[in-house]
Design a protein around this ligand. Structure first.
Ligand SMILES: Nc1ncnc2c1ncn2[C@@H]1O[C@H](COP(=O)(O)OP(=O)(O)OP(=O)(O)O)[C@@H](O)[C@H]1O
Ligand SMILES: O=c1[nH]c(=O)c2[nH+]cn([C@@H]3O[C@H](COP(=O)(O)O)[C@@H](O)[C@H]3O)c2[nH]1
Ligand SMILES: NC(=O)CC[C@H](N)C(=O)O
Ligand SMILES: [Mg+2]
Length: 516
């Protein structure tokens, strides 16, 4: 459940790698938006009526058989529309099939936008400014209903405006940082053309969520899975504000947590936040269900299922419990479901794609549409102390997906020691807040070493640290060599069973942050 801000923009996703960025740019303007697949059931996105619609780019060609189409009804909504790249091609193609053709030269990279008629869309954008192109098709024949308002040396049609309606299209990508005035263009579209005010702030979000949680829950009770992480802490605080002691939180020790995590987080919750939390030790249940399982997706599904079983057990026969609250985030949702259908699922986050099909409790997920940095802002506004807000994300399946292969107790303990050293050193040396997330992975690889004249044949730990804004894309963190040397040295000396440490230097994409 979530409630939609009254003023919002609908983004229809045609599969572009940049669709998330359109959402980011709008949200930076304090405009609420949601991404839905191009073929979404329109009744799900018509209330409240969006103030504008953006059609994203996409990898297909509009002329391909089975290419994602435009749901023409949206044109009757008389709402401003902005088509980006594939979105623009789709607008042209929907009036004149075949008007889009393969360009002689694929255009990828920077181009200079020459403005023919700025009007409202290109207002305050200097002619000749850099725009980012990424397309193989181009518009050969523009429908009569459109005017060209911008072109580049290679693209006769780079920006268009419908003669009568508020429909616009651009061949370049205003959402990427390489387009110099892309943000201005999106602002022009949202503020001037759609007439949106940009009044979506953490305060308005909190007020709306509290009202909607109260209305939804009534006199029933809510169970909230609390993990010590940012998202669930924010969610529990929000719900506690809304319904007080109708909320009960549970923190599950699933045997996959960090070293000392369970005790220290329980203490912090009692000390700093006045939340009703029960701690549950379910480590043996989780570990026995994970026995013999080494496939990443299978592990995630097992963990998702056991979490729900434990939650069900916790409520026992108390029939007042009708809801389960979780700190599910937008990236969890985006990565677990895909507009292309399940085949393109990247990983089943335990709390989304890993959930069992049949559940007794109905979900309440107030931050399901937010990115991590937005949740942190909401948390700060709610007055949650910084040591909760600033924590690195830690996934629900925890060490279970960081021990590659079967997560046995023995291997989990090894990894816990390695992780403890890595995080402790990051904090000690003032680097913890410089990286977005840091973790250690235990590889199922043994290699030969020599220690004190003895041969060793032990495991390898991979260190991973990334910089990111929202976890959707990430770069490996350039940690100082001396730091890495020190950490490696400590791990190999202090942890019996590890004789080699490597550093992961892959970015996301094409890698992901976690290894499984
Ligand atoms: N050990 C746990 N006990 C109870 N619930 C949990 C546990 N781990 C995860 N969950 C539930 O799953 C949700 C998703 O986990 P996730 O790790 O994405 O979020 P988080 O732990 O709240 O925040 P963060 O991403 O900062 O770690 C949590 O918000 C929480 O509701
Ligand atoms: O609660 C969670 N349940 C999960 O199943 C899960 N899988 C990945 N993550 C976290 O999501 C972010 C992106 O991770 P990836 O780049 O590995 O997909 C990173 O911050 C990951 O730690 C999860 N969080
Ligand atoms: N980035 C895009 O949306 C590309 C659109 C289309 N696939 C093309 O190559 O022209
Ligand atoms: Mg977590």
């Amino acid at each position: 459940m979530h409630s939609r801000h009254s003023e919002w923009v609908l983004i229809l996703d045609y599969g572009s790698q940049f669709t998330q960025l359109i959402a980011r740019r709008l949200r930076e303007l304090n405009i609420y938006c949601e991404i839905h697949p191009y073929n979404v059931d329109l009744t799900k996105v018509s209330s409240p009526t969006p103030g504008g619609i953006v059609l994203s780019g996409g990898p297909m060609s509009v002329n391909d058989e089975g290419a994602p189409h435009l749901q023409a009804e949206i044109l009757d909504w008389e709402i401003p529309i902005l088509g980006v790249c594939y979105g623009l091609q789709l607008l042209a193609h929907s009036e004149i099939p075949g008007s889009v053709e393969k360009a002689e030269k694929r255009e990828y990279g920077r181009a200079n936008l020459l403005i023919d008629n700025a009007g409202d869309l290109l207002k305050d954008i200097p002619t000749g400014s850099v725009v980012w192109m990424s397309h193989g098709d181009h518009i050969h024949e523009l429908p009569d209903s459109y005017d060209i308002i911008g072109h580049t040396a290679n693209a006769k049609v780079a920006a268009v405006r419908h003669k009568e309606n508020d429909i616009y299209g651009v061949q370049f990508h205003p959402e990427v940082a390489h387009t110099d005035h892309g943000k201005q263009l999106i602002e022009n579209f949202a503020y001037s053309i759609c007439g949106l005010k940009g009044d979506w702030t953490p305060e308005s979000f909190i007020d709306e969520q509290i009202a909607s949680i109260r209305e939804k829950v009534g006199n029933d009770k809510v169970l909230c899975g609390l993990s010590g992480g940012v998202d669930s802490t924010v969610v529990a605080t929000l719900i506690h504000k809304a319904i007080g002691d109708q909320l009960q939180c549970v923190f599950v020790d699933n045997g996959l947590l960090r070293k000392n995590e369970f005790q220290s987080v329980m203490e912090l919750y009692t000390r700093d936040l006045n939340l009703p939390v029960r701690g549950v030790d379910a480590s043996s249940e989780f570990l026995s269900e994970l026995k013999g399982i080494s496939d990443p997706e299978e592990k995630r599904k097992v963990i998702g299922r056991v979490f729900i079983e434990i939650f069900d057990k916790e409520i026992g026969s108390d029939a007042d419990f009708k809801y389960l609250a979780q700190g599910t985030l937008y990236p969890d949702v985006i990565e677990s479901v895909s507009f292309k259908g399940p085949s393109a699922t990247i990983k089943s986050h335990h709390n989304v794609g890993g959930l069992p099909e049949k559940m007794k409790l109905e979900l309440i997920e107030p931050v399901r549409e937010l990115f991590k940095d937005e949740v942190r802002e909401v948390g700060r506004t709610l007055g949650i102390p910084e040591h909760f807000i600033g924590r690195h994300p830690f996934p629900g399946p925890g060490m279970g997906i960081r021990v590659l292969g079967e997560p046995t107790k023995e291997r989990l303990d090894l990894l816990r020691e390695a992780d403890f050293i890595f995080i402790e050193e990051l904090k000690k040396q003032g680097l913890y807040n410089e990286v977005w997330q840091a973790l250690a992975v235990l590889l199922p690889v043994q290699s030969v070493g020599v220690m004190g004249d003895e041969r060793t044949y032990e495991f390898t730990v991979a260190l991973r640290a990334v910089t990111s804004v929202d976890g959707m894309t990430a770069d490996w963190a350039h940690l100082p060599y001396e730091f890495l040397a020190h950490v490696s040295n400590r791990m190999i000396n202090e942890i019996k069973g590890i004789n080699r440490v490597v550093y992961d230097i892959s970015s996301k994409p094409p890698a992901t942050i976690e290894w499984e």
